[in-house]
Write a protein that binds this ligand. Structure first.
Ligand SMILES: C[S@@+](CC[C@H](N)C(=O)[O-])C[C@H]1O[C@@H](n2cnc3c(N)ncnc32)[C@H](O)[C@@H]1O
Length: 261
């Protein structure tokens, strides 16, 4: 780790733990239903979509199969995840509609105006320079294009000890902004119609189910799947996350904006 980004942070057991909680191919919570909420009303049918931080690619299949995107380009910084996403695309026979690429952090390797929609779910949290990120999103969108994002946000305050404990336990590199500050940065890049929605209340409820999948009678199966150390780490990390979600310090949210026509 030399550049503050997170490549090689998603090891096999860690990824298996995320899929255990959130479903095969998903590295973030809420599944197809939450994706549907993020993209609701955006003109996905026939669109050329960039997915920033595509992970295992399950969402890219949804964007094509369920929401009718013409083509999805998924990018991610972790080669093993991209390889698994590519295998998923191939197994679905969607190579002509979805391409996935391992990229380096920083500017996107795409021309200006290459996409109608830039989508991302729970990945921008890993990117430290938010103004540069939103400027890149703006650059690769066509005039009139949409940015539709779900992400993790903070509350804009200094992290409490509970937050620091969760950040230590989760072991990923995060740069958490508040959703209000993020909306301001998006607007400062030239986007209009900036809208956001706080999903903390939903996730606070969903966390009970998340903890249940990891504990009680499920725990021995989790140990069998991940190994004892990774299983213990998974449960500890989610338990600490519950505290910061309940306390309002970690707030999933949706953020969308338009590039002016
Ligand atoms: C929590 S996962 C979410 C993956 C996927 N969007 C999902 O919801 O299943 C975050 C992803 O962001 C990727 N990532 C981290 N930094 C990135 C960057 N600078 N550019 C693109 N992807 C990045 C990680 O490798 C990881 O796959």
């Amino acid at each position: 780790m030399t550049d503050g980004n997170c490549h090689d942070e998603y090891g096999d057991a860690f990824v298996a733990g995320l899929e255990w909680m959130w479903g095969e191919g998903f590295l973030s919570p809420g599944g197809a239903e939450e994706v549907a909420r993020i993209v609701a009303g955006a003109p996905l049918a026939g669109a050329r979509v960039l997915d920033v931080g595509c992970g295992l690619g399950a969402i890219d299949l949804l964007l094509v199969e369920r929401f009718g995107a013409a083509h999805v380009t998924g990018v991610d910084v972790e080669a093993p995840l991209v390889a698994r996403a590519a295998a998923r695309v191939e197994a679905a026979g969607l190579e002509d509609r979805i391409s996935v690429h391992k990229v380096s952090p920083g500017p996107f390797p795409f021309e200006d105006g290459a996409f109608d929609i830039v989508f991302s779910k729970d990945s921008m949290i890993h990117i430290p320079d938010k103004p540069a990120l939103y400027a890149e999103v703006h650059r690769v969108l066509v005039p009139g294009g949409w940015m539709v994002v779900g992400d993790w946000f903070g509350n804009g305050l200094e992290p409490t000890p509970a937050m620091r404990e969760w950040l230590d336990a989760v072991g990923l590199t995060f740069t958490l902004e508040s959703i209000e500050a993020s909306a301001g940065l998006v607007e400062a890049c030239g986007f209009t119609g900036v809208e956001w929605c706080d999903r903390n209340a939903w996730y606070a409820e969903a966390m009970a189910e998340e903890i249940a999948t990891l504990s009680g009678e499920n725990y021995p199966r989790l140990v069998e799947r991940l190994g004892a150390d990774a299983a213990a780490q998974r449960l500890e990390s989610s338990t600490k996350k519950k505290a910061v979600v309940d306390g309002g310090e970690l707030r999933p949210g949706h953020l969308r904006a338009r590039k002016p026509p």
